[in-house]
Design a protein around this ligand. Sequence first.
Ligand SMILES: Cc1ncc(COP(=O)(O)O)c(C=O)c1O
Length: 413
Amino acid sequence: MSHLTTSSVAELAVFGGTPAFAEPVHVGRPNLGDREQLLARVNDILDRRWLTNNGHYVQAFERTVAARVGAKHCIAVCNGEIGLEIAIRALGLRGEVIVPSFTFIATAHALQWQEITPVFADIDPETHLIDPESVRRLITPRTSGIIGVHLWGQYCDVDALDAIAREHRLTLLFDAAHAFGCGARARRHGNSPVEVFSFHATKLVNTLEGGAIVTDDDALAQKIRLMKNFGFLGYDNVGYVGTNGKMNEFSAAMGLTSIESMDAFIAHNRRNHDQYRRELADIPGVELHRYDPAAANNYQYVVTEVDTERTGISRDMLLDVLWAENILARRYFYPGCHRMQPYRAYFPNAGLMLPVTERVAARVLVLPTGQAMTPDEVSRVCGVIRCAVAHGPEVARRLIDSGARRHLDPFHE
Ligand SMILES: Cc1ncc(COP(=O)(O)O)c(C=O)c1O
């Protein structure tokens, strides 16, 4: 069947029709750079017999990342979460640190893992970024810092957060996991010396697993370098408590190859995003998140919000419809960190303080994009959504009657 012209609810896969995709289509399918170049680098690594411990490719990757973001220092690490943990420790955070609840759980865990309490701030309803006024209300004598998250590759309100941090003598750092390739750095303020990127396979640029900490502060960079290598000052000489946060050579080779194609990845994402915008425009109640045209973005996230009053079908029922079609859309960052354990137990009433987070977490639906998505595939995804919404109340009723529901929402329904 053609999902572009779907007019019959019975043709939807959730009710027994043929799925729109024979194989599952994931959000965050990896972007791949030049395969030959990657394989040549892998061969070179094997020839050098230097697989990890600050090898040739890790050093080259660090130089490339630093140049791309305009930072004095880049320290490559094995993943973004470890990067956050090391940065948090190197900056001496303790007590309570304010973070948005609407973020990947790693932002909160990087604190809690070190017995620092994440205190959850609300977000702006338009941008989904941490709301500085909410941050201000959460400051206590135990607060030592703020972590701003550059969600969906959008820079959070660096100036407002910086002003609050200065006023209250707090340390400010940024979880920039989504923001590689998004232009200006947030670190221009002396008070916010660190940004942490993720190069997980799902990110615009990937090192399979990986991350990087960037800073202009020489002493901090040196400290972070030691911390990610067990605290070794030299052979047989440990000066700090450290961890193993090192990136390996294969990851760095993947990262270098990936960065070489980064502009092409962004251009491809941009085309997909434009197409989603055009094709979703006539579907009532499914709003595509708009990026500020004046700010650089990597368009790695196609974020929609579903307004059930207008679609007649809930976000989670729409998700059931899409999954049956093998379109594995995602409800990022549902239900919000504050509703996940252990935070739910620590802050049972946090939801009352986070009305925007609650609302956005109940509405967001992220659609697949990236280099692997063709225009035809984007059209097929939009076709399924168009069909489900055109018959919203009927689809909803049949889903409830059939008991075929997979994505339930115990928090908001
Ligand atoms: C906002 C955010 N912070 C932190 C991380 C953690 O990065 P990693 O998966 O590289 O550990 C992610 C990863 O997906 C993320 O989306």
